[in-house]
Design a protein around this ligand. Structure first.
Ligand code: PEP
Ligand code: MG
Length: 749
């Protein structure tokens, strides 16, 4: 064999020739076949409909070119396209996936070597060599073929081969992908992909001087290692960031990785093309890897390769591009909330993340900014390129990549419908949510960021029923001091001067971690040290917050609520801390709130059997149905395996709500509910029927819930539900029956 470098040099010469694209491909297959001493070399390219079409061959029947078509689930070629992995076989016909295409005349060839033509995470085709004899292909030959496939990928991406396609058929590069992830922030966004960390474009792939390229690689590696050392020195002595950097540093010295890079250079690639080549393999492995630990390591390897590419090409590694084109759909593996806030809101239409669902911090910020967001889309940063058309629906979790005109039209219609509905909701803004039979329900909103506050007026919320104070703590680089907390609460109150705000004290622990706080390993964090439990055990957290809240509320009405209360005793202790802070402020001559309402969240079932004792001690109760349902059904709210198993719209949960509402009503204690259920129209309908007269929800839900209440009859719904609970008291979901009942009466859901 002529050696990979010779092959690449000849290929480069063919690339430079002034010939039509088919002749160029024909010459390429001849070159590869002769260089690898193979009887056959064929190029299959994948079309946008997934079909693999034979584009050129040396050795097979030339009439089969553009005639032989394979589905991606067909034959060895299909297998390579689907797995994105090379395949080398001494006896191809013995392989279960072998599929015989009579028009090609390939039955006489026994050994087979095929590699995918890759660009990013997309398979653009398959390159194959075949031999009559049963032979074993060497590692070096596999590598050489992979390197050649890179050149082909560039030809496809550059559009040079489009002229050979049948009319209307496009390359897999423009293939439409329909993906589904976790809905993370409502809204439909149409636009074009912008990679949060843009991929580096490599312009020069082939080099004649491996010595010089190896030196370039070594210089870049050295520079990268020094940079990592510097970063490790700067990082705090412990912590996750340092762990990550140290892992990088270890990988940067990994002998296997370095050997693969140098081999790729020796085969005739430039240093940056070698990095890309080695990264292609890692990417293909990543796509199949399900073990979260190994996925993490492969991600680290990609980060490292990115750093190296930046060094080699002299581009600067930035975390975020502030300049956005219009209608940008941001695509990122992960993103911190601060990075999202750094982008220009006016140009953002959506955010797609590989990792992180609805409860991730960045999703919370996306919701507050009113940007559609979908999480948990595996490999999306590899599947799209900057500028690809994209559509996302943050309500359903759908992501369309390079959609057809039909699909786009359907979404445009969806957007139009949404806008029309929003218009209707806006017209209801000043109206009370009063049912057909005269029951009024107070609708308030949940908030946690300054960004949320303009929504109070826009949504028509009567108040802020839940202000999650932990968000300020979660977004801050370090624990906010008393002064910072005070300024923040004061700014919140000033932004909403005419409506009550219910501040919930710090609710951390379980899934809400503070990055700067030492992580405590617990077997069952949801049942562990969290929220008020921390506050009572560590007055250093709770007391400054209470003081900051009381000072911020000076001269006006203030509402404070404690989360995760399990016993009346805990409430009594929390109230005592509050009273001490009031005394302290009074002693020091500070103004106090005009009125102070103190409430608890009902999230722990034990509190249900203390309501008789609790009601006289509080000014209000708010049901945290997210946590209450998780404890009632013993099913982790964030664990996908169990979270869909039990429906709160079933007899056990609704009976519980009815019971709580009846006791609170008897005591005259105001009762609301501020979990996600309250914002879902059908669930809200059931809750009102069970006796709730106040619901707090995300601002986007207020319009739909109000429209529902205006059309419902509370008496009739209650009668229906009571009967349904009697008949189906076994825990079965009542959702379908209730939905049919509602739509039968024309209640909009
Ligand atoms: C709840 O548990 O229902 C709630 C509103 O609190 P969070 O979702 O913040 O835990
Ligand atoms: Mg909760």
């Amino acid at each position: 064999m002529g050696g990979p470098r010779l092959l690449l040099r000849r290929l480069r010469a063919v690339m430079a020739e002034q010939v039509d694209p088919q002749t160029r491909l024909d010459r390429i297959v001849v070159l590869i076949a002769s260089n690898m001493i193979a009887e056959v070399c064929s190029i299959y390219l994948q079309r946008d409909d997934g079909i693999l079409e034979l584009y050129a061959t040396e050795g097979l029947n030339p009439d089969a070119v553009h005639e032989t078509l394979m589905r991606p689930d067909e034959g060895l070629v299909g297998l390579i396209a689907t797995t994105a992995e090379p395949l080398a076989l001494a006896d191809a016909q013995a392989h279960p996936a072998f599929s015989y295409k009579p028009e090609t005349g390939e039955e006489i060839y026994h050994s087979f070597l095929g590699v995918p033509v890759l660009r990013g995470g997309n398979v653009l085709g398959v390159l194959v060599v075949q031999n009559r004899a049963r032979r074993v292909y060497t590692e070096e030959e596999i590598e050489a073929l992979q390197t050649t496939a890179m050149l082909l990928a560039e030809m496809v991406a550059g559009g040079a081969l489009q002229a050979l396609a049948r009319p209307g058929v496009k390359s897999a590069l423009t293939r439409h992908l329909e993906l589904r992830g976790s809905p993370a922030a409502e809204g439909v966004g149409l636009g074009h992909a912008v990679l949060h960390q843009p991929r580096i474009q490599i312009t020069k792939l082939i080099s004649d001087d491996p010595g010089a390229e190896t030196t370039r690689l070594e210089v870049a590696l050295e520079g990268m290692r020094e940079e990592l050392d510097r970063l490790i020195d700067q990082a705090s002595a412990s912590g996750e960031q340092r762990d990550v950097l140290e892992t990088f540093q270890m990988m940067a010295h990994d002998a296997g990785w370095l050997r693969r890079l140098k081999e790729a250079i020796r085969s005739g690639l430039t240093a940056e093309a070698a990095v890309e080549r080695v990264q292609n393999d890692a990417r293909a492995r990543l796509q199949r890897q399900t073990d979260p630990y190994l996925r993490e390591r492969l991600h680290d390897l990609q980060d490292l390769a990115d750093r190296l590419l930046h060094k080699l090409t002299g581009t600067v590694l930035t975390n975020a591009r502030q300049q956005l084109p219009e209608n940008a759909i941001l695509v990122a593996r992960t993103m911190g909330p601060a990075a999202l806030l750094g982008y220009e809101r006016a140009h953002l239409r959506g955010l797609v993340l590989e990792e992180g669902g609805a409860s991730s911090h960045v999703a919370i910020v996306a919701r507050a900014m009113g940007i559609a967001c979908v999480g948990d889309i595996a490999n999306i940063t590899d599947l799209v390129a900057d500028g690809d058309a994209m559509i996302i629906d943050g309500g359903t979790g759908e992501v369309q990549v390079r959609p057809s005109a039909n699909i786009e039209a359907a979404y445009v219609e969806r957007v139009r419908m949404r806008a029309r509905r929003q218009e209707q909701y806006r017209s209801l803004r000043a109206r009370a949510a009063c049912s057909l039979d005269g029951v009024t329900v107070d609708l308030s909103m949940n908030a946690g960021l300054m960004l949320d506050l303009p929504q109070v007026a826009e949504s028509g919320a009567s108040s802020i029923g839940l202000f999650r104070t932990e968000l300020q703590f979660m977004l801050a680089p370090q624990f906010p001091r008393l002064g910072e907390q005070y300024s923040f609460y004061k700014a919140v109150l000033e932004a909403v001067p005419d409506r009550p705000v219910t501040f919930r004290t710090l609710d951390i622990g379980s899934d809400k971690v503070l990055p700067y706080m030492k992580k405590i390993e617990e077997e069952n964090p949801a049942l562990g040290w969290r929220a008020l439990r921390i506050g009572l055990d560590r007055p250093g957290f709770l007391r400054p917050q209470l003081r900051a809240l009381l000072r911020a509320g000076a001269g006006r009405d203030m509402r404070i609520m404690f989360p995760m209360v399990a016993t009346v005793t805990e409430l009594v202790e929390a109230r005592a801390a509050l009273a001490q802070e009031q005394q302290h402020l009074k002693r020091h001559g500070h103004d106090l709130p005009r009125g102070l309402a103190v409430g608890v969240m009902l999230e722990v079932p034990s509190l249900v059997w203390q309501l008789e004792e609790l009601c006289p001690l509080v000014d209000f109760i708010s049901i945290g149905s997210n946590d209450l349902a998780q404890y009632v059904f013993a099913a982790d709210r964030d664990n996908k395996r169990v979270s869909g198993r039990y429906d709160p719209l079933s007899a056990p949960f609704l009976r519980l709500i009815t019971q709580i509402a009846a006791i609170a009503d008897r005591h005259g204690t105001p009762l609301t509910l501020c979990g996600e259920m309250g914002g879902r129209t059908l669930d809200a309908m059931a809750l009102v029927a069970c006796g709730l007269r106040g619901l707090s929800m995300s601002p986007a839900a207020i319009g739909p819930v109000k429209a529902m209440i205006l059309a419902m009859d509370v008496g009739k719904t209650r009668a229906f539900l009571e009967q349904a609970m009697d008949q189906q008291g076994d825990g079965r979901s009542l959702r379908q029956g209730l939905r049919e009942f509602a739509t039968g009466l024309g209640v909009p859901l």
